[in-house]
Write a protein that binds this ligand. Structure first.
Ligand code: SF4
Length: 390
């Protein structure tokens, strides 16, 4: 075992894991979506039986969890009875901290106050609503099945149901979108005073229906300059409104509202992912399930883990990932911790690079952290590629 793997294993032991469950169903597919989901809702009962079997297989994989995230797909295609069964099964099989963050993603078209109150009563304490836009034309372009009024009603119903920890997903950089129309979306989102906002730039995967239409030349996305301006506008507007821009795409009213679960993906904390296409990570090993509900149900019917592949990360890959993910967060990278965990002094061989980035206003070093500035955030994915790791 290498020194890094040894120190990673020590570190993994000291960090509490997260549990993710992928609900792979949607009532219809959005044109830009590259997440794994299917519309064959009649398979839900078989999927839920398979999920119970998968939980049994991983009963002893991780000691304890302090976050549970039900994502998808669209978890809100499930009934309250489905949620009751899943949560009671999870509770029987796994061990959780008393203050566990329990998040459920919902589609605005699926939920009303009664449904949301029931989720709240089941112990769900964080709700993530896939709003994407308050603009009817944008919703139609994205092929979302909800309207602006669905989105507004879902937010208000969630607040009445007692969700004080709520996040909204929004998308910018849609064809034809200008700064003002995006600002209108942001200001409406801010007016609800929700705890968390995730703002994603629209990207097109070639295999999606909208990706295919883009390749045919039916539309084009805004150019790099406009995207850059929209990114900076988002950051400035939301920080002015009192949000902390704590990760490239994520904003929280205060740091206690930052997603505990998602932070585990960014700092090499162990997580267990159940459901088709779900990924898991522990020590220096990552594994992932088949991207197929049919195969998932078949494998678990035979008592077999539905794992499609696994990889053991090398020391270099661990370092590179930690650098890449760390520079996507406002806090950045703690230089002494990084050196202890990854056996790599980021500054000793990179003094010139650091000075150049510093001068360009892309990074700062403060209180022992190497952190991106707002402008650095806008090019965060390139920053990590500039460093030479020894
Ligand atoms: S609802 Fe979400 S997961 Fe389902 S198709 Fe749309 S973007 Fe994809």
């Amino acid at each position: 075992m290498t020194k890094i793997q040894n120190s990673k294993q020590q570190l993994n032991k000291s960090k509490t894991a997260g549990l993710y469950i992928h609900i792979p169903f949607c009532r219809s597919k959005c044109g830009y979506c590259d997440f794994y989901s299917v519309t064959s809702l009649h398979q839900i009962p078989d999927f839920l039986k398979a999920l119970e079997r998968e939980m049994e297989i991983y009963r002893r994989e991780m000691d304890r969890f302090d976050s549970l995230y039900l994502g998808g797909g669209t978890p809100s295609v499930l009934t309250i009875r489905d949620f009751t069964n899943i949560l009671s099964q999870i509770d029987k099989i796994f061990s959780f901290a008393s203050d566990t963050e329990i998040t459920v993603e919902v589609n605005p078209a699926d939920v009303d106050r009664k449904y949301l109150e029931s989720l709240r009563q089941l112990g769900v304490n964080r709700l993530h609503i896939g709003v994407q836009s308050f603009d009817e034309e944008v919703l139609s372009f994205l092929e979302r099945r909800h309207s602006r009024s669905h989105a507004v009603l879902a937010i208000e119903s969630a607040q009445k149901a007692g969700f004080d920890n709520m996040g909204l997903d929004l998308i910018y950089g849609v064809p034809g979108q200008d700064r003002q129309s995006w600002l209108d979306n942001l200001s409406l989102a801010v007016s609800f005073d929700v705890a968390h906002l995730s703002c994603y730039q629209l990207t097109m995967e070639a295999r999606t229906p909208l990706g295919i239409r883009q390749q045919r030349g039916e539309f084009s996305l805004p150019g790099e300059e406009i995207q850059h301006e929209l990114f900076l506008t988002t950051s400035e507007t939301l920080e002015d409104a009192g949000y902390v821009h704590y990760e490239v795409s994520n904003f929280a009213k205060n740091l206690s509202a930052a997603s505990r679960h998602n932070q585990k993906y960014w700092n090499h904390t162990p997580y267990l992912g159940l459901g088709p296409a779900a990924h898991s990570f522990r020590d220096n090993r990552r594994w992932w399930n088949h991207r197929s509900v049919n195969q998932y149900i078949r494998d678990l019917g035979r008592g077999k883990a539905p794992v499609e592949g696994a990889e053991t990360l090398t020391d270099g890959q661990l370092q590179m990932e930690a650098l890449y993910l760390g520079l996507r967060t406002k806090k950045g990278i703690h230089l002494i911790d990084f050196s202890a965990r990854y056996q790599c002094d980021l500054l000793s061989e990179n003094g010139d690079i650091r000075a150049t980035l510093d001068k360009a206003g892309l990074v700062v070093i403060k209180d022992g952290y190497l952190s991106p500035t707002r402008t650095g955030f806008a090019v965060a994915d390139s920053l990590s590629q500039i460093w030479k790791l020894s």
